[in-house]
Design a binder for this molecule. Structure first.
Ligand SMILES: Nc1nc2c(c(=O)[nH]1)N[C@H]1C(S)=C(S)[C@@H](COP(=O)(O)OP(=O)(O)OC[C@H]3O[C@@H](n4cnc5c(=O)[nH]c(N)nc54)[C@H](O)[C@@H]3O)O[C@H]1N2
Ligand SMILES: Nc1nc2c(c(=O)[nH]1)N[C@H]1C(S)=C(S)[C@@H](COP(=O)(O)OP(=O)(O)OC[C@H]3O[C@@H](n4cnc5c(=O)[nH]c(N)nc54)[C@H](O)[C@@H]3O)O[C@H]1N2
Ligand SMILES: [Mo]
Length: 734
């Protein structure tokens, strides 16, 4: 080649971070001549994610090129029992096999199990390892539908809040992320913006530079709460009471936007009666606030426009979570905050994306299954129950992908008891040897978002994004789409949809061949238009086409049964659910007399530097989280009452188990946890001191709406542990 005419050695590929986060960042990947990714950085042209990455994804090449990546299909060696494997020594338990053998083995086992026990004895288990449309749910769903496998109700994260919001407004829309810069009051309500949703933070800061006030409502002193003008350290599980108390003040003192309420809402009179039951004094007693502070918050909220509430899913991870989201969501409808650019509320923006889910997932294929009908539905948070107690049929095969249930699912002892069953056939498709892979019969290597192509919406902004494939898969890693397409061939499913390419699937998601069915907001969008737009295309809101701003819910009609915002929901009443929001104490809370045995409320939190359990195995991520790994945060009074000093080993326990942690004792100032609340963070089990993480203590109980989990309604007690060198943590399940 002529020395002056060399091809550019580096190319830059547009991708999207597909981890389960509201931000869906645009990520530019630099790839060198040899095909190796040498750099990841944020794409500065993205209007929301604006060129910076979180601390986790900035180090993404650590993940992609980790020496611990699972690179080949493997099979459990016959003699090795299922259970935790020491990191790095997995090969002693598994032997490498080829893809052909892996696929043939799986197909043969699934066929036998379906024939002997019925296809519903096969349970897929997936969540949001990737939130790319294709990777999250397309070929996999087709496969399990056609097979007749049990359906999985994916309730673990956001279903409760989503249904709550939809019950009030009809759709999961919210204040535009970019409009937060116009707000004069921002309430971060159970929203760790700085930790979990960092790309909203610059808009919050911009608003504050222009005089906005930030209020954080969170029992935990998050980075967001510590940076706020006012931190309300509310008692866990009492937010519905606070929102109802605020509404009490708004109604009592005529601080509502009467015109907005009259025109656009349904059930105000009944709401008025309900909120009468929540005077500030009662709310203060429930929430741990003062009555004056309840009044003050309500008045400031009513008096300041635009007022934006960023409520996140933390508030619905408790027994009363559905009612809490409903109550909070009603606040901007009473004050008319939606009318002001920058006002309103954001829980999620995901309802704005009108991808063709049916075409991707093909639920109709259930009718072509041997069952000839929709299969039974298993709630994913009841995995422990499903694997140990469910019958007719019992679960005989578990297929895990996009998830790490051994670490993230509640009531871990029950989950692990199920996973340990020798008669259960378990397949795990993963990037790493996770806590769940330790229990697999067959592990299959999965690609990262650099190694496959996908299209993605978001739950924290309004851009559709194309994620191109930047590098070849490492080792023999394969994407979810490829895996389930191949398995379908081996199962002799002859529907043509199992041969669709990634490009076909993207076109189907965007309804490219059905322009008449495209929603106005995604009209004309194709892979090419996305690429031409630099990877990200804003939804085409009519308001913006007219030069105005997009303000969801500024006016009706709404997608609810009444066509209005529903304070009172006949639809919920029809399901036997209270049609109005109310405060009900969690079954495990200090409001319940039975709590005397376990007097402390436990927050088993997400880690700032991991993504649920993802990243927890990487050294540099662990180093960022070092202060919190194996740590229990507690108030100085709670510690003193138990003779515990900072740094002491402690046992944290309830009837479900006991964890050995190290106490971080606060000095009791404003930046600390409230008395009576203790907190620890998610981690991998096998990287935790006693071999279990916080979910050993959480419950399979379901909350008040949509069968969601109660991760944040957990009671425990704590005692000082007797540290010894031959320490065996008091653990009832080992
Ligand atoms: N760094 C990081 N980012 C993440 C994740 C992660 O693990 N790490 N996870 C991602 C996922 S899966 C999701 S769903 C989103 C979720 O994002 P968030 O909903 O923000 O997540 P959480 O941390 O569960 O809850 C937010 C806050 O609610 C608080 N909280 C708990 N109980 C109560 C209560 O009863 N009342 C009030 N007012 N507050 C309460 C918690 O202390 C927490 O600080 O974040 C995503 N982003
Ligand atoms: N105590 C407690 N428990 C919780 C929570 C909490 O706050 N506290 N949060 C809950 C919430 S909100 C959620 S969303 C759930 C999250 O539960 P999960 O969705 O199970 O989350 P992760 O722990 O991130 O595990 C995802 C796994 O998917 C893998 N993965 C990533 N991309 C791909 C891919 O393309 N293909 C395949 N096959 N695998 C892939 C990753 O390597 C990772 O191991 O956890 C819940 N559990
Ligand atoms: Mo989540």
């Amino acid at each position: 080649m002529h020395p002056y005419n060399r091809v550019m050695p580096l190319r830059t590929v547009q991708t999207v971070c597909s981890h389960d986060c509201p931000d869906s960042c645009a990520v530019l990947v630099t790839v060198d001549e040899s095909g190796r990714a040498t750099r990841v950085r944020g794409d500065a042209s993205h209007p929301v994610t604006r060129g910076f990455l979180c601390g986790k994804v900035a180090k993404y090449l650590d993940r992609v090129y980790s020496p611990e990546r699972l690179l080949y299909p493997m099979r459990r060696r016959a003699a090795v029992a299922k259970g935790p494997l020491e990191k790095g020594r997995e090969a002693e338990a598994f032997e490498r096999i080829g893809w052909d053998e892996a696929l043939d083995t799986i197909a043969a086992r699934l066929k036998t199990i379906a024939a002997e026990h019925g296809p519903e004895s096969i349970l897929p288990y997936s969540y949001a390892g990737t939130i790319g449309k294709l990777g999250y749910g397309s070929m996999d769903r087709r496969f399990f539908h056609r097979l007749g496998a049990s359906q999985l109700d994916r309730t673990i994260c956001s279903e409760t809040g989503g249904q709550a919001l939809v019950s009030v407004y009809g759709r999961k829309l919210g204040t535009d992320t970019e409009a937060f810069r116009h707000a004069k009051l921002i309430i971060a309500w159970a929203a760790n913006i700085h930790g979990n949703n960092i790309h909203l933070w610059p808009f919050v800061e911009e608003a504050r530079r222009n005089g906005a006030k930030l209020v954080a409502i969170d029992p935990y002193p998050t980075r967001t709460a510590r940076a706020a003008d006012w931190h309300i350290a509310i008692r866990p599980g009492t937010d519905s009471a606070l929102a109802l108390g605020m509404m009490h003040v708004l109604v009592r003192d005529s601080l509502c936007d009467r015109d907005y309420v009259e025109r656009w809402t349904h059930g105000f009179e009944r709401l008025r009666e309900r909120v009468a039951e929540y005077p500030p004094e009662r709310v203060a007693a429930l929430t741990g606030m003062t009555a004056a502070d309840v009044e003050r918050l309500a008045r400031e909220y009513a008096a300041t426009q635009p007022a934006a509430i960023r409520v996140n899913y933390g508030v619905q991870r408790g027994d009363n979570g559905g009612a809490a989201v409903r109550a909070i969501a009603m606040l901007p409808a009473l004050t008319g905050a939606w009318k002001h650019p920058g006002g309103g509320l954001q829980l999620s923006t995901s309802g704005a994306f009108r991808f063709d889910g049916e075409a991707l997932e093909r639920p109709d294929l259930m009718l072509a299954s041997p069952l000839g009908r929709p299969a039974r539905v298993v709630n994913m948070i009841l995995l422990g129950h499903a694997l140990t107690e469910l019958r007719d049929p019992a679960v005989q095969a578990l297929f895990v992908y996009n998830a790490n249930p051994a670490a993230v699912t509640p009531d871990q002892a029950a989950v692990l008891r199920g996973l340990r069953r020798t008669d259960l056939f378990t397949v795990v498709h993963e990037q790493f040897f996770t806590d769940t892979a330790d229990y697999a019969d067959i592990v299959l290597p999965a690609t990262t978002f650099l190694e496959h192509k996908d299209v993605q919406g978001a739950y924290g902004h309004y851009y559709v994004q194309l994620s191109d494939q930047a590098i070849q898969p490492l080792g023999e890693a394969r994407s979810n789409v490829w895996l389930f397409g191949q398995l379908a061939q081996r199962m002799e499913f002859d529907e043509p949809c199992f041969r669709d390419s990634v490009e076909d699937l993207i076109a189907q998601a965007l309804r490219v061949n059905q322009p008449e069915k495209q929603h106005a907001w995604m009209k004309g969008m194709t892979e090419d238009t996305l690429r031409a737009a630099g990877g990200a295309q804003r939804l085409m809101f009519e308001d913006e086409q007219r030069g105005a701003s997009f303000q969801p819910f500024a006016q009706g009609p709404f997608d609810t049964p009444s066509g209005k915002i529903e304070f009172y929901s006949e639809a919920l009443a029809g399901q036997g659910i209270d049609p109005l929001p109310a405060f009900r104490p969690a079954a495990e809370s200090r409001h319940v007399a039975a709590s005397a045995r376990f007097p402390l409320e436990f927050l088993p939190r997400k880690a700032d530097n991991y993504m649920n359990s993802t990243f927890a195995n990487l050294d540099r991520h662990r180093a960022m989280e070092a202060a919190h790994n194996d740590a229990l945060e507690m108030h100085c009074e709670d510690a003193a009452a138990r003779g515990i000093a900072d740094g002491d080993p402690v046992d944290v326990f309830n009837d479900r188990g006991s964890l050995r942690l190290r106490a971080i004792v606060s000095n009791g100032d404003g930046a600390a946890l409230p008395q009576g609340v203790v907190a620890a963070r998610l981690n991998w089990n096998k990287l935790s001191a006693g071999g279990h993480n916080v979910n050993l203590l959480t419950s399979q109980r379901m909350n008040d709406l949509a069968g969601g989990p109660v991760f944040y309604s957990v009671l425990v007690d704590v005692r000082k542990a007797i540290a010894s060198t031959t320490e065996t943590p008091a653990n009832p399940i080992n």
